[in-house]
Design a protein around this ligand. Structure first.
Ligand code: BGC
Length: 479
């Protein structure tokens, strides 16, 4: 077997000190590298298309990128005070929290996570709502927020529901479609607040849903409580999406209410971008994932980028090489053959392995996945695949950000962007790749003005704050 090194460019991109595989493996990895690389030219094409799609979404209903007005118009002052509940549904877990806003940008939180059994994700919506109501009840009983429950005082809650919802008021919205593996029946086109509030009522739980909030909107608000100059909130976790402040005059489809305001947060629902497959460089591994998913043809941008899917793309690419007899001597294993059997969390560990022998990669492949044996070349290839997919995710996210920055005309100003989610937080060098992509698209001067801030678990806090603002407005209207 001929041992060889990867080309300089590949080494730089993948950071492989010296490739130990065969010439055939080297060829295959170069090909993969090509397939998963977003060139500067492609990135610019994506950004331009993104800007067009944003405009369409702002102009009329039913566009691919939905650009949903969130009904959140104010910016927090940092002086907000009070105790509010928050409920977070849409990622891996359900979270119930109580936030105490203390003013001066400070707050305290009590929270509890609940695991959502897989069957609830595809059962009837009523069952899911009842389960959520039980979790809230359990939280109140265990923690008795503020000791108010004894007096039967109604608690105010901000509901983070992280799916595409056509919002009709701050506390009203109908589900457009499910994403991220959820598929409950009896929910599409229904008002999710009314459904959950109904479960609270039936179970005699004294909680009022004061606000319905997308996680990106919550993340933006939470970060703005501390840093008022925050312009965007992004989730790069199980799913992906972004929200930003838009001038009202640009939201052409807004047929609004009597309230006077200049700007509103828009929930973009960018995961749906390029449903038409005009610009995204989908590989056969992406197409296979899409075809086998429960929402084929939908959420393509999200499927190329977010935590729910990256492991599956990697699995498809690895299996392709196994079947080409270029990995593990053509041997696979039970989990590797199984849909979703290669978890996205393995990828962060694999990418982060700096040991000479790629010991952690070996552990995952041989001990966790039970692949009979691997060579160092095999492990380097798997590491390269994970790197290429992670890097592509960072580049695509950056194309979305670049689209928003161009559209809002914020390129000459400093921008602070709040980001939450496991992909952003745990993939090694993710932010570095984002900066690199931004540099390629706009050059270094503009890139220097853009700051990313990890806003860990911000969405619940943001939802609590929005609930507080909405509750105050409701009280003022109806004391
Ligand atoms: C949903 C968005 C959400 C994002 C991140 C997507 O699948 O459509 O509403 O913000 O995931 O959680």
């Amino acid at each position: 077997m001929v041992k060889s090194s990867l080309s300089d460019q590949t080494i730089e991109a993948f950071n492989i000190p010296e490739f130990k595989g065969t010439l055939e493996q080297q060829q295959a990895i170069k090909e993969l590298y090509k397939q998963f690389t977003i060139t500067t030219e492609r990135a610019r094409i994506i950004v331009n298309q993104f800007i067009k799609e944003m405009r369409k979404g702002l102009d009329h209903e039913g566009a691919t990128v939905a650009m949903i007005p969130s009904f959140v118009t104010g910016r927090p002052t940092g002086n907000e005070k009070g105790k509010y509940l928050a409920l977070d549904l849409g990622g891996t877990n359900l979270r119930v929290c109580e936030f105490e806003l203390k003013g001066d940008g400070e707050f305290a939180v009590r929270q509890q996570k609940y695991i959502i059994a897989e069957e609830y994700k595809t059962d009837e919506m009523r069952q899911l709502c009842d389960f959520i109501a039980d979790c809230v009840d359990n939280f109140i009983t265990e923690h008795d927020p503020s000791g108010r429950n004894n007096g039967n005082e109604q608690l105010q809650l901000g509901f983070t529901f992280s799916f595409p919802v056509n919002q009709t008021a701050i506390n009203r919205g109908t589900l457009m479609h499910w994403t991220k593996g959820f598929n409950c029946s009896g929910a599409i086109n229904k008002d999710v607040v009314i459904m959950l509030q109904d479960s609270f009522l039936r179970k005699n739980i004294h909680v009022n849903i004061a606000a319905l909030v997308n996680d990106t909107v919550g993340t933006l608000m939470a970060n703005a409580y501390r840093y008022p100059e925050t312009t965007m909130g992004i989730i790069l976790g199980t799913g992906t999406n972004a929200a930003y402040y838009e001038k009202l005059e640009n939201i052409k489809k807004w047929n609004g209410n009597e309230e006077v305001f200049e700007e509103m947060i828009v929930n973009m629902e960018w995961g749906a971008f390029d449903r038409e497959r005009c610009v995204l460089p989908l590989t056969i591994y992406d197409n296979k994932l899409d075809r086998e998913s429960i929402n084929p043809h939908e959420q393509l941008f999200e499927k190329m980028m977010s935590g729910m899917y990256l492991g599956e793309i990697a699995r498809n690419a690895i299996l392709h090489l196994v079947d080409s007899r270029l990995l593990f001597e053509g041997e696979s294993a039970y989990d590797l053959n199984r849909q979703w059997g290669f978890e996205t969390s393995y990828m962060s560990i694999i990418i982060g392995d700096n040991t000479d022998d790629l010991e952690e990669v070996r552990h995952i492949l041989e001990e966790v996945l039970q692949i009979p044996s691997t060579t160092l070349g095999d492990r380097q290839m798997v590491q390269s695949i994970c790197l290429a997919i992670g890097r592509r995710s960072a580049y695509l996210a950056t194309c979305g950000i670049a689209g928003v920055l161009s559209h809002t005309g914020k390129l000459e100003q400093d921008s602070l962007i709040a980001i939450d989610g496991s992909v952003y937080e745990f993939f090694p060098n993710f932010e570095h790749h984002m900066k690199q992509a931004l540099g390629e698209i706009f050059g270094n001067d503009i890139t220097k003005r853009v700051k990313f801030n990890l806003a860990r678990d911000g969405s619940g806090f943001g939802a609590a704050m929005i609930a507080m603002m909405a509750h105050k407005v409701a009280l003022a209207k109806n004391p």
